[in-house]
Structures are given as structure tokens and as C-alpha cells.
Design a protein around this ligand. Structure first.
Ligand code: MG
Ligand code: ZN
Length: 225
């Protein structure tokens, strides 16, 4: 009997391309963040606020992953950050090959930080290494607080978790302490931030965290000489 394990073959090819991306990011001293969430949790608005908060501190570029449209990329462009759009034509996640395919279209040598906005989905984006340094998950209070238990993989891998739309808590059933407890149980190392991209609350702390990660990566290079 011939058994073909498609899934593992595809992931094997992805691993190779992710390694290639990671080497290139290393060579260019570029910190890369993979930003993941379900649709509508506010990734693009967080990015707009992050660009504002990092102005004069870091040079930030964006790769926008979207099913079909370039609406989010247009919003990022209006904020003055270099941006490349990937339309997945229906594919529900980004993979390392899609990232390596667009790297020539963005001046990565001039950047300190590149954020990849993944396709809105809490399931398979977690299974595809893009070559990033950090994984960040955004969750909004309007989605309910059961997400860490329902989607443990994406939370387990997160370096940071942004709880967005914190200003809407009075209008939802979101139980913040329960969420924090569940997320910490699944991943005690993830840094959690309470933010509202709409009002700007908490964005400074998050921006400081990004600056610290960039400095950490650059310090690592200097050590290597
Ligand atoms: Mg978006
Ligand atoms: Zn997918």
C-alpha cells in the first residue's frame, strides 16, 4: 500500500522556506512579527495605532495578508508605512512561500521591524512558520473569553497576547480575569496587554514591548560580532 501524507509534505516544504526567510531577516537585522487573530478583532486598527506610536522610534513595514481585497493595505499606506499586499485568493492562512515571494517588493534593509498581518483565522495560521521572530495573537472582548480553551495551539505559541476593545467590556459578557487565567494556564510566558486601538489605551506599553524586542535582536547580533 502506498500512503501519501500530504499534510506533512506540505509542512516540510514550508519549514525549508521559513528557514530561508529567517536567515534573510537575520542577515538584515530585522525583527519580524506574525500578527494573528480571528476576523474583526482589530488587527489593522492596532497596526495603524502601532505605526503612530512608533513614529520616530522604529522604522516599521507591513505585509498585509488578506483573502481578496487590499483595503487594509490602503489603510496602512495612508499611515505612511511601506506595505505589501498578499491576496491569498481564498486560502485561509499565509505560508512561508507567500512571504518569500513578496520580500523583494519591500525595502527590508531600511526597516527595524516588519509586521505580517495574517489572514483572520485562529486555526491554521498557527501551523505555518513564516520565519518570524515573534508571534502575537489579538483577541477582542466582543468575541467572548473562551478562545484560549477553544484554540489552544495559537495561544500556546504566542509571545504576546493583545486583548483589544478593552473599552467595550461593560457592554459584553467578556470575563477578563477568566480569560487571563485561561491564557496563562495554556501559556504562562506570553506577555498580555489590555488595549483599545480605538481610544489608544494601552498602545504605549505595547509599542515599548516591540521596541524592546527589536533592541534585544540587535544586541544579539552585536554579541555575535
Ligand atoms: Mg485586517
Ligand atoms: Zn488555512
Amino acid at each position: 500500500m502506498v500512503q501519501v501524507k500530504m499534510g506533512s509534505n506540505i509542512l516540510g516544504a514550508n519549514e525549508l522556506l521559513a528557514r530561508k526567510n529567517r536567515n534573510l531577516f537575520e542577515e538584515r537585522e530585522l525583527l519580524v512579527v506574525n500578527l494573528m487573530s480571528s476576523p474583526g478583532s482589530g488587527k489593522t486598527t492596532i497596526l495603524e495605532r502601532t505605526i503612530e506610536a512608533l513614529k520616530g522610534r522604529l522604522k516599521l513595514g507591513v505585509i498585509e495578508g488578506d483573502l481578496y481585497t487590499d483595503r487594509d493595505a490602503q489603510r496602512i499606506e495612508q499611515k505612511g508605512a511601506p506595505v505589501v499586499q498578499i491576496n491569498t485568493e481564498g486560502a485561509c492562512h499565509l505560508d512561508a512561500g507567500m512571504i518569500s515571494g513578496v520580500l523583494a517588493k519591500i525595502e527590508t534593509r531600511e526597516l527595524d521591524l516588519m509586521v505580517i498581518e495574517n489572514v483572520g483565522n485562529l486555526v491554521c495560521p498557527a501551523e505555518f512558520d513564516l520565519g518570524e521572530d515573534c508571534r502575537v495573537v489579538v483577541i477582542s472582548t466582543a468575541e467572548g473569553n473562551d478562545k484560549p480553551m477553544k484554540y489552544p495551539l495559537i495561544f500556546r505559541q504566542a509571545d504576546a497576547i493583545l486583548i483589544n476593545k478593552i473599552d467595550l467590556i461593560p457592554y459584553t459578557d467578556f470575563n477578563l480575569s477568566q480569560f487571563q487565567q485561561d491564557a496563562a494556564q495554556i501559556n504562562p510566558d506570553a506577555q498580555m496587554f489590555e488595549v483599545s486601538a480605538r481610544t489608544g489605551k494601552g498602545m504605549e506599553k505595547w509599542a515599548d514591548w516591540l521596541v524592546a524586542r527589536v533592541e534585544e535582536k540587535k544586541a544579539g547580533y552585536n554579541k555575535k560580532g
